[in-house]
Design a protein around this ligand. Sequence first.
Ligand code: ASP
Ligand code: MG
Length: 858
Amino acid sequence: MPASAPRPWIVMKFGGTSVAAPDRWRVIADIARARLDAGERVMIVHSAIAGVSNLLEALPAAALAGAGEAAAEAVKARHREFAAAAGLDADALLAGIFDLIDRRTAGIGYSGEASARLRAELMAQGELMASTLGVECLKAAGLDPVFLDARDALTALNNADEARAWLDNGAGEDADPALQKRLSGADLVLTQGFIARHATGATVLLGRGGSDTSAAYFAARLQAARLEIWTDVPGLFSADPRLTEGARHLRALSYEEAQEIATMGGKVLHPRCIGPARRAGIPMEVRSTLRPELAGTRITGAPGDDAPRLKAVSVKTGVRLVVMEGAGMWRQAGFLADVFAGFKACGVSVDLVSTSETNVTVSLDPDPGLDQARLDRLRETLAPLCRVKIIEDAAAVSLLGYGIRRILHQLAPALEMFQDKPIRLVSQAANDLNFTVVVDESEGAALAKRLHEELISTAPEGAVFGQSWAELARPGAARPARAAPWWTDKRGALLDLAPQTGGLYVYDLETVSARARAVAGIKTLSRAFYAMKANAHRDVLRAIRAAGLGFECVSPGEIARVRETFADIRPDEVLFTPNFAHRSEYEAAVAFGAHLTIDGLHPLTHWPDVFQGADVILRVNPDRPRGHHQHVKTAGPKAKFGIPLDALNDARAAADAAGARVIGLHAHAGSGVTDADHWREIGAILARAARNFPDVRILNCGGGLGVPESPDAPALDLLRVDEELALLKKAHPRFELWMEPGRYPVAEAGVLLARVTQVKHAFGTRFIGLGTGMNSLIRPALYGARHEIVNLTRLGEPGAGMASVVGPICESADLLGADRLLPETHEGDVMLIAETGAYGAVMASRYNLREPAGEAVI
Ligand code: ASP
Ligand code: MG
């Protein structure tokens, strides 16, 4: 009897969110069981529990700062939490790994060093812990997995660069008969992504996000019939959904197109995972564990559509340009060879290239390993060949799709916005899949959005494009929903308040109180001062003060507002932090007795008498810009705020000479930050700077606590902020910690209401006009900010296609939101623009001599 063909292998990769809780593993078990029932064999390759790799990556730094124990505890706590939910005993199952983490952490603390090899070993524990727990979950679901330590199957390549060898390596992808034989008796195998073994036997990593790559290696080695990448989104999209909710689901792509999208900054697939699948001819599918019923994106050699077509727009920020100029290059054989040899010698990888007779410009991808020292070395190496200029803060906007050359003419209207803004580099890829322009970072997102709107948003559904992100996300009952916003409960009252013409801001005082209390509840903080520039409405200020917050004021007007509102205000409740203010403003603040922040040398050196005998706080520029838009980054070499770290000694001398006492240091790096460790990092920088300041007892870590821009965006967890600050406090107990949140307490508490004036259909777009626009709310135009917009009158009615929501101001930028899924909408409907409690009314203007929205509280 002829042996029947062996049953095909399906390799499935599950990412961090897909393995983050026992109920997620039940979904994995169901997906695996369906494949087994269909006669296929299954290998599961998975990541560490979401967030754990980050915790492990940060462990060495914490250990070096003397806070290793607490940081290791956080890793363990995350797994105990998982285990508890699964009815498992983490301390028993993971005893060996917990012990290893403790010993390594302590070792780093003693020795004061952490080699790349050691870091790799530590981070690998994330995948190994998840695997140990995962086996139990699969067993509990009635499956019988074979456990494979991925390091016993994947041997890392040789790599000369020490850091790359340990942390960012690759492995072989040839068919592996030995592995096939070893697993021949197995139906279901569970193994880890991200980790492999060095020739010496030690553990090696495949780069952050490298579990996808592991899965591709395994698929190639097993000659699998399919590689499935399971993540938390149902495939690849025509744009990052955070850029536009009109981003369209991509149903089918070629390997080459998927490679371009992944490489150009799509975060869904690791760029390195496509090559092995392509070379082995293994079809890939990208699917969502949150919506397993959706078909996902299929990636193959022949996606069955060969018309030239634009498929995606991407924007990559943090790009650098190296501009090389010189007469010497004209008709010089070997000039480019010499230049590129210089890049090679300095270990700098080049992305795009454009050349002219006297100028060669290249772009460099954002790379945390590319530090100032390396750039300086590059500059020196190139100096004998040409003049070198390095431009920071550029963004690369790319159009991707097969046959891009033949559709360039369609771009013309969208490129109009560059009439008065420079395009710094244009590159059309040799493979005809990619056309990229490099522009200033602040223009990148706007350009990408515009191109997407003009070229993709309204394309019909078919073999290539599926539904939009908004359409897929909204009906998603399986998507973890945030609590319904307050304005759904108070809809009736809001509809009654909505004015017939113009607009009205409405603030929900219960929400203000709740958010302000949450800030006041950050236990490690000694004081929090509300940055009242965000919203200075008197009732809002009352709610804030009742929650126990002080006020951060930036002008005499704001101080006056506080003093008028509260007859009994104590000077100690006010923190005055002006920027480039007139001398008289400082005099008034000192006379009043407010806490005072000085953010430059000029006041101290030119008006020493003002500060004689005063206690002052110095604002430092931590040289580490953060924030959701260029204009809200308030640190770094381009920001006008703060004293550079290297000028602090001069500032102290000036303060001493003036007879002032420096009792605090302050930094605020930008707003819209959602990484919980940000304020600890700022605090650590301040603590280091405070070494030369014997009287400093206050570290003000600034504000900028982010508020999510859409229901699916990551939200900041204040408990995590507190945990991080506690690490700081533990390392530096002598300081009190302060913060000064502005947007956080008020943004979600405010909505802007306006009625629909007109609806227009033009060039395939539905425009919905409102009674007010950028004269009331300038954030979309100024920052490219995204605000949720709903038709309050028809709340809950199904979407009737995408729309652009605009105001009545005579400016093209009077666009409150583009590409929004909205129901059938009519003149007179009340529209609600959410999360406008911060920097809404306070930034309004009378432009066009239209009165901006009024204000009311509820
Ligand atoms: N856990 C690793 C990381 O977060 C690998 C992965 O998730 O793909 O980078
Ligand atoms: Mg990933």
